[in-house]
Design a protein around this ligand. Structure first.
Ligand code: NAD
Length: 455
């Protein structure tokens, strides 16, 4: 079995009695205003960069043991923009970005490094203190960060909590000034209920079924190659993974041939295909492997490509399944290497695809393969999604100027650099009314006369 726990990175559950103490300590640090000076924040952010650079191989080893390799390169630019926290220059009245307080970041197992560090960087840049709850599923990464973080960052300002449902439940009983949760919609409801008790503001970065619309007039081969790349990345275990494809019957053969050609180029059959490739991630654990396997067993669809699996290695080939409405593969987010294809009527295809998407939960992202500007406009107008990407998959995440987040069932709130800073700050309105204004406002004082209101 490929997933192994590395002793060196053993994750240690945070003792339950420690959790309230961590909370009190983070609150006290915030009240002391220690985290407010820009120089302090810059230093802590540089320490994150140092930790990642100096321990690059250790992190890679831990994450590889859990799942995959990833990085946080782009987020370093916070360090280069200390002016983010300077008061915005408005005439006399000022809007001052002000840190919210002691905040909680809850991160998931897929992309464990990026999804824990990215929000943390925003919180530190904003001047908050941070409780970081890491996913217990990626225990090697959690253990690694648990050991390394205290060596680099001020423990008065940031603390890690590890453990499972019991520990996070305890954490959620406490009052935080913001909760940033990345994960699935079911747990998001538990988090929301806990936050509501304290009126704590929330950011929910969730997932769902991100659709792909294929215009039959597009370059089908390229569309297929780009969809497949989005699907095989991290073996489909990405929130923005293309989940299902809507196309008209006239596009099916060309698109399928494109998928097969791209698959052969990426994972040549003579080398054993994806199952034998080191460039193909495995399922995070046996439970997730079995969940995806069960979907393939239950579907009434026709397998058009792939379908093989290796339980020992926890790998499932990229699998393309043609289904009809009502199929099990169209129910929940697949979060695995299955690409579901649905044929919609040729006549009025684009509008039918928009209606199909609008009738379901709003996706995190909608992908459209079409260079026709009228079709792009139509899809933009008649659908709702967190993001809309034309002619590629997954690349929107590299575009750091674009805020990232969902809508409706795929969550709310936006992250990436400046937006992550904004999440953990609030715009404090400040104004100074000078004594010299007195003659102009004299009429506001009682006793009121007819003259008072006659101005
Ligand atoms: P997960 O199981 O690691 O859970 C996420 C966090 O929730 C963990 O820290 C875990 O400890 C906590 N948690 C689990 N059960 C809980 C409970 N009962 N009460 C309170 N907290 C609990 O990860 P996951 O949810 O399986 O992550 C995958 C999901 O996340 C997918 O739906 C994916 O689309 C979504 N996702 C979204 C984004 C995004 O940025 N929008 C990014 C990555 C993943």
């Amino acid at each position: 079995m490929i997933k192994k726990d590395i002793k060196q990175f053993q994750m240690v559950d945070t003792p339950m009695e420690e959790i309230p103490k961590i909370h009190t300590s983070l609150r006290e640090t915030f009240s002391s205003r220690k985290t407010f000076p820009i120089a302090y924040r810059q230093h802590q952010l540089l320490q994150i960069a140092r930790m990642l650079q100096e321990n690059h191989e250790t992190f890679s080893e831990a994450i590889f043991a859990d799942l995959e390799i990833t990085g946080v390169g782009g987020e370093k630019s916070y360090v280069e923009h200390p002016d983010l926290a300077e008061p915005q220059k408005v005439w006399r009245p000022k809007i001052v970005p002000t840190p919210k307080g002691a905040v909680l970041v809850i991160s998931p197992w897929n992309y464990p490094l990026i999804l824990s560090i990215q929000a943390t960087i925003g919180a530190i840049a904003a001047g908050c203190t941070v409780c970081l709850k890491l996913s217990e599923v990626t225990s090697n990464y959690a253990g690694c960060l648990q050991q390394l973080l205290p060596k680099y960052l001020d423990q008065d300002m940031i603390r890690i909590v590890c453990g499972g449902v019991a520990e996070i439940t305890k954490v959620l009983e406490l009052k935080w000034d913001h909760i940033f949760y990345t994960g699935n919609g079911m747990v998001a409801r538990i988090i929301s209920a806990a936050a509501a008790k304290h009126l704590t503001p929330l950011t929910l970065e969730l997932g769902g079924k991100s659709p792909v619309i294929v215009d039959p007039k597009c370059d089908l081969e390229l569309a297929a190659k780009r969809t497949l790349w989005g699907k095989v990345t991290n073996s489909g275990q990405i929130c923005v993974s293309p989940d299902y494809v809507l196309l008209p019957p006239s596009a099916l053969t060309g698109y399928l041939n494109g998928l097969k050609k791209a698959y052969q180029e990426m994972y040549p059959a003579e080398q054993g295909g994806a199952l034998k490739s080191e460039s193909y991630a495995h399922s995070i654990n046996l439970q997730h492997f079995k969940r995806v396997k069960a979907l393939l067993e239950k579907t009434n669809g026709k397998i058009l490509m792939g379908g093989r699996m290796d339980e020992e290695e926890l790998k499932i080939e990229p699998t393309v399944v043609l289904v009809k409405e009502g199929d099990v593969l169209l129910e929940a987010e697949t979060f695995g290497p299955i690409l579901t294809v649905v044929e919609l009527e040729e006549e009025g295809f684009v509008r039918k695809a928009c209606d199909w998407i609008s009738d379901r939960d709003h996706p995190l992202v909608l992908y459209l393969f079409s260079t026709d500007e009228e079709i792009q406009k139509e899809v933009r107008r008649y659908t709702t999604s967190g993001g809309l990407v034309f002619n590629d998959t997954f690349m929107q995440l590299d575009c750091k100027v674009l805020p990232f987040g969902g809508v409706g069932e795929s969550g709310y709130g936006r992250q990436h650099l400046a937006q992550t800073f904004e999440i953990f700050s609030y715009e404090r309105s400040t104004v100074d009314i000078p004594a010299a204004a007195e003659p102009k406002i004299a009429l506001r004082y009682p006793p009121y006369t007819e003259h008072s209101f006659n101005i």
